[in-house]
Design a protein around this ligand. Structure first.
Ligand SMILES: Cc1ncc(COP(=O)(O)O)c(C=O)c1O
Length: 406
């Protein structure tokens, strides 16, 4: 190889150059750098349960290895796992699916990507209810679609209304994406709200709905509603769910979607060319998780509820935070505009939520994520999936740091 060749810069694709690094991961990286310098950083930036995966699920994975589950798996998942997912949809959501409607993937993230890449053509508009989960916009970009952010108001707990949706739909609208319970806001759509949205969708036959229900079990208001329950649009709904949050299985990488047979087949085709079927022993563990019901999730939810209530009490003492009460998931998402224009002890002016998040990291040593990553540049996301003492300490530090702003 000549020197000239060795020094030639790598020309990366426009596709990858246009893509942003995940902001949640970027903030966690900064927090780790500080921690490596010996600073005691409390990280509330990650969307990850702090619980171990329940033992019965781990045992199933160990047994799977001993039983020889080490080979390639069917692309859409083992038939018994797909059947168990259908049983789960019936039990929890009163939805009838057959295994042919189910595609198991390497995390709900891949299920979402499969659906977007299978449905969206260049130039198609994808309405994303905002604030939204960080990866939605980048997935739409990858499909060369156009994201239309539809912003829910703080007064309505950041939830988009059916009227707002109706006004945003154009002949180019192909897909609507949202999560409920929502990451980052914790908002949960009610049956009435989703019914009204379904009614708008039913009048726009070119529009599909990608409903991300990964936080289904982490719900403090009780009723979880799947928009696929509205029969008139069921065939145009892709429901995504998984094991990462409800069963504390983030590292196992398994999620799934339910859709019409045509869409499920398309997602299977996409997956067959990119990753194939997901990990064999993970699938056996996922099957055991479902067979064990949801009692382990219910125990974790009680802890998340206690922490949410504790954190909401603590933030009452922070005058510049406007924090809607989350109905699910494990985040709080305050509007922090009350601090814009204030000056830090070292003379920097806080002009954005990013400035404030960096100040809290550098001064209070608490890491959180700037809301811009979620389409909400006036907000900051704090994960409440941390031990009670850590949360208490974190919000005392934040309060003290913010009190120094003038
Ligand atoms: C709203 C939302 N959807 C999907 C995912 C991805 O889940 P998984 O770990 O199953 O890929 C996450 C993870 O943080 C999430 O918050």
């Amino acid at each position: 190889m000549s020197d000239a060749t060795a020094l030639a810069p790598v020309v990366l694709s426009d596709r990858i150059n246009a893509m942003q690094e995940s902001q949640t991961i970027a903030m966690a990286k900064k927090a780790r750098e500080l921690a490596a310098q010996g600073v005691d950083v409390i990280s509330l930036s990650f969307g990850e349960p702090d619980f171990q995966t329940p033992q019965y699920i781990k045992d199933a994975a160990k047994k799977a290895l001993d039983d020889g589950f080490t080979f390639y798996t069917p692309v859409p998942g083992y038939p018994d796992l797909r059947q168990a997912i259908c049983d789960k949809f019936k039990r929890d959501n009163n939805l009838d699916y057959k295994p042919e409607n189910i595609v198991v993937s390497t995390g709900a993230k891949q299920s979402l990507a499969n659906a977007v890449l299978s449905l969206v053509n260049p130039g198609d508009e994808v309405i994303v209810f905002s604030p939204y989960w960080v990866s939605y916009e980048e997935m739409v970009k990858l499909a060369e679609g156009t994201t239309v952010q539809l912003i829910g108001s703080l007064e309505n707990d950041f939830k988009v209304t059916a009227q707002e949706l109706e006004a945003a739909i154009t002949p180019r609208t192909k897909l609507i994406m949202y999560s409920s319970p929502c990451n980052p806001t914790g908002a949960v759509f009610s049956r009435e709200e989703l019914g009204a949205i379904a009614e708008v969708v039913s009048r726009n036959p070119q529009v599909y709905v990608l409903a991300d229900e990964i936080y289904e079990y982490i719900n403090f208001v009780g009723e979880h509603v799947s928009i696929a329950q509205f029969e008139e649009i069921k065939d145009r709904v892709i429901t995504v769910n998984g094991f990462s949050k409800g069963y504390a299985m983030t590292g196992w990488r398994v999620g799934y979607l339910a859709a019409s047979k045509e869409i499920a087949c398309a997602c299977e085709k996409m997956q067959s060319q990119i990753t194939s079927g997901t990990c064999a022993m993970t699938q056996r563990a996922a099957l055991a998780a479902l067979q064990g019901g949801r009692s382990s999730a219910d125990e974790m939810v009680e802890a998340y509820r206690r922490r949410r209530d504790m954190v909401l009490e603590l933030v009452k003492d922070i005058p510049g935070f406007r924090t809607p009460t989350p109905s699910g998931a494990f985040y709080i998402f305050p509007d922090v505009t009350g601090y814009f224009g204030k000056t830090t002890p070292t003379g920097e002016v806080i002009n954005s939520a990013m400035d404030l998040a960096l100040y809290m990291l550098n001064d209070g040593h608490v890491a959180a994520v700037d809301g811009a990553a979620f389409g909400a540049p006036n907000c900051i996301r704090f994960s409440t999936a941390a031990a009670d003492e850590k949360l208490r300490e974190a919000f005392i530090r934040i309060k003290n740091s913010l009190a120094k702003l003038v």
